[in-house]
Write a protein that binds this ligand. Structure first.
Ligand code: FAD
Ligand code: SF4
Length: 474
């Protein structure tokens, strides 16, 4: 009877998976959502109207076949749903956890118009988690081997997306990463309360069984030369991310107690996972007052990690209003519930110090003006609105700029003016998708598009691999 009800959305309201209470979760580095049980997943999936205009799929950067796998889940056919989900996405269980669904698939759901979108992300996570628990793995039995091999620099979502497509087409991917684990920012950036590390550890086992080789703790340009990759492999894919930290450009940024967001988050991951080389590398905020500057995903992760480290007080200052925050709304809510205090429309102008140490952040109030070229409203300063926020620690989360390797020029890999690698998505004039100006070298993810999202990096890695297959004529 349930399956025959085309208007289930009228009877069943949108319900996400249960969340662990804020008082409990803020003491743990563990995911905050409980898994869907089978009946919840089926009921929520069956809310899909099958509206015939799957805007959700168009808005999803990898164009998942969302209505089709929702239907399969509502029928309890998890294995088929997992097969279908993996046709378009390399890491569906990760995207289900970390995509900002409110501005992607779920933001485009027809039911968003008053009824509440289908919980697409949670169902996507449920499908793969459940299929793996049932012993499912990608079927590689009918993959003819081409004998070709491709070197991939970077085991982040872009590199993994490329490896997935290559190995499924009989090309051996050998993935190099300077870090001791795969995942890139999924492991050394995004904290465990959004994505537990076991998820990537499991994926590594799955990839290895599929035939992907990983060479970790290996930096290209230092431990292994780019020249040796160009000589020994049929092609090279670059998925190296963006690692130049943006600065505010105001006085006091180098005072003791000011940290860039990523080194702080990485030190926490290394501490929690036992990768710490020297205990002095751990940045502990226990008992400290903390001001986080920024309003994106990285800022939210800093806020919520500080709370878990038992900081005395955590305040997040952002220069626009709440409606114009760039990150996921869900994570802002989670941060508020866990005790982060938000100060919107505050722009930092100076970090104030005493004897070389931070004692405060001077901010000015802003009001929202006209939209900028990206459609976000500009923050305009209100004259005479200066105030100082007392603090022991400042975490700077202003985002990332490209960090091209010095050896790119030696290999004829050209850059845009802002440091992004030139590699066009659209094949043209004999050039393949995501081919750089060196015909043997392809690139994708943050280093090509500028720092963005996990799902867009996966998409570019997969598309670049299609370009590589065309180039190799396999
Ligand atoms: P990366 O993930 O950065 O991977 C690049 C890899 O290349 C790294 O492992 C690096 O070690 C390796 N590498 C670089 N140079 C070399 C070399 N010379 N030799 C060997 N290896 C090398 N996105 C979301 O969608 N949702 C979120 O919730 C979210 N939260 C985020 C939170 C934080 C704190 C940060 C920093 C980012 C977040 N993002 C989020 C963005 C997302 O993580 C990135 O857009 C995505 O990881 C980019 O993928 P990538 O493969 O291009 O690069
Ligand atoms: Fe939505 Fe991201 Fe999944 Fe696409 S990959 S369906 S945008 S959660």
């Amino acid at each position: 009877e349930r399956l025959n009800n085309d208007f289930q959305f009228l009877d069943v309201s949108r319900e996400g998976p249960k969340k662990i209470k804020a008082s409990v979760r803020k003491k743990q580095y563990a995911e905050i959502y409980e898994p869907f049980v089978a009946t919840e997943a089926a009921e929520q999936s069956h809310r899909c109207l099958d509206c015939g205009n799957p805007y959700c799929s168009w808005k999803c950067p990898v164009h998942n076949h969302i209505p089709d796998w929702l239907q399969l889940v509502s029928e309890g056919n998890i294995i088929k749903a997992a097969e279908l989900s993996h046709q378009t996405n390399t890491l569906p269980e990760v995207c289900g956890r970390v995509c900002p669904q409110d501005r992607l698939c779920e933001g485009a759901c027809t039911l968003n118009d008053g009824f509440g979108a289908v919980t697409i992300g949670s169902v996507e996570k449920y499908i793969t988690d459940t299929a793996f628990a049932m012993g499912w793995k990608p079927d590689m039995s009918n993959t003819p081997q081409t004998g070709k091999k491709v070197a991939i620099i970077g085991a982040g979502p872009a590199g993994l997306g490329a490896a997935d497509i290559l190995v499924r087409n009989g090309v051996t991917p050998v993935v190099f990463d300077r870090y001791p684990e795969i995942g890139g920012l999924l492991t050394f950036g995004i904290p465990e309360f959004k994505l537990e590390k076991e998820v990537m550890a499991n994926r590594r086992r799955v990839f290895e069984e599929m035939g992907v080789e990983f060479r970790l703790n290996t930096e290209i340009g230092k431990d292994v030369s780019m020249q040796s990759l160009v000589d020994e492999y049929d092609a090279v894919f670059l998925g190296m991310g963006t690692y130049t930290y943006m600065k505010g450009g105001f006085p006091g940024e180098d005072l003791d107690g000011v940290y860039d967001a990523l080194p702080f988050l990485i030190s926490n991951v290394n501490h929690c996972l036992g990768f710490e080389k020297d205990p002095a590398d751990y940045i502990s905020l226990k008992g400290k007052t903390v001001v986080v500057l920024g309003g994106g995903d990285t800022a939210m992760d800093c806020n919520r990690t500080s709370i878990r480290q038992n900081a005395k007080r955590v305040t997040c200052a952002y220069r626009r209003d709440e409606a114009n925050m760039p990150g996921s709304k869900r994570e802002v809510e989670n941060a508020k519930e866990e005790g982060v205090k938000f100060l919107f429309n505050r722009q930092p102008v100076e970090v104030v110090g005493e004897n070389g140490k931070v004692v405060g952040v001077k901010v000015v109030t802003t009001k929202m003006g006209e939209p900028d070229e990206r459609g976000r409203r500009r923050a305009e300063v209100v004259p005479g609105s200066e105030e100082v926020l007392d603090t022991d620690v400042v975490l700077v989360a202003f985002g990332f700029r490209p960090s091209p390797a010095p050896w790119f020029a030696d290999f004829g890999i050209d850059l845009h003016e802002d440091g992004r690698v030139k590699a066009d998505e659209k094949p043209s004039q004999g050039r393949h998708a995501f081919q750089t100006t060196n015909a043997k070298v392809f690139a994708g993810g943050d280093m090509v598009r500028g720092s963005d999202l996990v799902v867009t990096a996966i998409y570019e890695g997969r598309q670049a691999a299609e370009g590589i297959l065309d180039y190799l004529e396999v």
